[in-house]
Design a protein around this ligand. Structure first.
Ligand code: NAP
Ligand code: ZN
Length: 353
């Protein structure tokens, strides 16, 4: 029998999130049923709830940084058992047969990956709903094993903020000797500092916000550059092999491309859309520099990142909130007033009447 569940959903771009009763499917043969303990709050949740990118189908239950415990498994599940600590990130399915899936790049599935929310289930076409809920049902190939010893609250944001920054760091082969810069100290940015440092890079933070210097250094930055200060920007011209740009809104890339070294790459993971002002190609052409993009990471790569975090004791810096506080949390996230990720304690939803 399909299981009734409760979550928090947005019902229009302008309405606050509120309690929503819906039904999760009965587990299919290869499904894992997860009791959700914690759910991180990503800026993408806010973009989707408010239809910033277009295409949101309402009601929508956001949440794609999910950590919980297995409470049931389908008859064909071999990878997980009841009681396991598991995670679910931004994808819950892909075609599993195209060239991208065969290479472990499910996030670039040629037939389109199935998002954890605001997508359609590949088998029955029902809308997918995310982690701001009591439980979730996910096929075993898209369930991650949480490493032992990591605090599960702090580990929840690894499922999106962690993998989204890990994947480009690995793709562009960051290691000892690499000079990496991160633009924006929010959820993604603070994970980028931690992971780049742990990989052995020299790390710089670009921030608009004076006052984040001490935190940035504690999180792994060797240097902080206030991006609105022209002299500080000039002092780092031509330096970076890789810049990870996490800014959620359109912004001028030209001050940042100027700080790339020859052969350097600025990889966008934040803003989706047409950047303004236009990018000047002169420094790109004259320095063989690239502007690139990247979305989350594959499943094997996500497990690799989780295991790396387990070995290095890396988790996110989190502020725990109750489910009922989500609307205030969104307003604070818009003001960059979070150190550095909100995580919902799902007990708050389960205990409410
Ligand atoms: P966040 O916690 O709100 O952090 C964004 C940071 O960007 C802020 O802390 C701020 O840092 C800076 N910032 C914000 N507004 C800015 C503006 N108008 N101009 C310049 N800088 C600004 O957000 P997040 O959860 O890290 O997500 C960041 C973006 O990545 C979102 O757009 C999200 O949708 C996207 N995302 C992409 C992927 C992917 O796979 N590519 C995955 C997850 C999220 P300072 O105060 O330090 O300047
Ligand atoms: Zn996210």
């Amino acid at each position: 029998m399909p299981q009734p569940t409760r979550g928090f959903s947005a019902s229009s771009p302008t309405s606050p999130l509120g309690l929503f009763h819906f039904v999760r499917r009965d587990p299919r043969e290869d499904d894992v049923v997860i009791d959700i303990l914690y759910s991180g709050v990503c800026h993408s949740d806010l973009h989707t709830a408010r239809n910033d990118w277009g295409g949101t189908v309402y009601p929508t239950v956001p949440g794609h940084e999910i950590v919980g415990r297995v409470v049931a498994v389908g008859t064909g599940v071999t990878q997980f058992k009841v009681g396991d600590a598991v995670g679910v990130g931004c994808m819950v399915d892909s075609c599993q047969s195209c060239g991208a899936c065969a290479r472990g790049w499910e996030q670039y599935c040629e037939r389109g990956m199935t998002g954890t929310y605001n997508s359609s289930d590949r088998v029955d076409g029902s809308p997918t709903q995310g982690g701001y809920a009591e439980h979730i049902v996910v096929r075993q190939e898209f369930v991650l094993k949480m490493p032992e010893g990591l605090d599960l609250k702090g580990a929840a944001p690894l499922l999106c903020a962690g993998i989204t920054t890990w994947s480009p760091l690995r793709h562009w082969k960051v290691g000892p000797g690499s000079k990496v810069a991160v633009v924006g100290l929010g959820g993604l940015g603070h994970m980028a500092l931690k992971l780049a440092k742990a990989l052995g890079a020299e790390v710089t933070l670009f921030s608009r916000s004076a006052g984040k210097e001490d935190d940035a250094k504690r999180l792994g930055a060797d240097r902080v550059v206030i991006s609105t200060e022209k002299d500080q920007m000039k002092a780092v011209r031509g330096q970076f092999d890789l810049i990870l740009d996490t800014v959620p809104y359109a912004h001028d890339l030209n001050p940042y491309t100027a700080t790339l070294a020859t052969n350097g790459t600025l990889v966008l993971v934040g803003f989706l859309g047409l950047q303004e002002p236009a990018v000047n190609t002169v420094p790109l052409i004259l320095g063989r520099k690239s502007v690139a993009g990247s979305v989350i990471g594959g499943i094997a790569e996500t497990q690799e990142m989780l295991d790396f975090c387990g070995q290095h004791g890396i988790t996110s810096d989190v502020e725990m909130i109750a489910m009922q506080d989500i609307n205030e949390a969104y307003e604070r996230m818009l003001k960059s007033d979070v150190k550095y990720r909100f995580v919902i304690d799902m007990a708050s939803l389960k205990q409410s009447a």
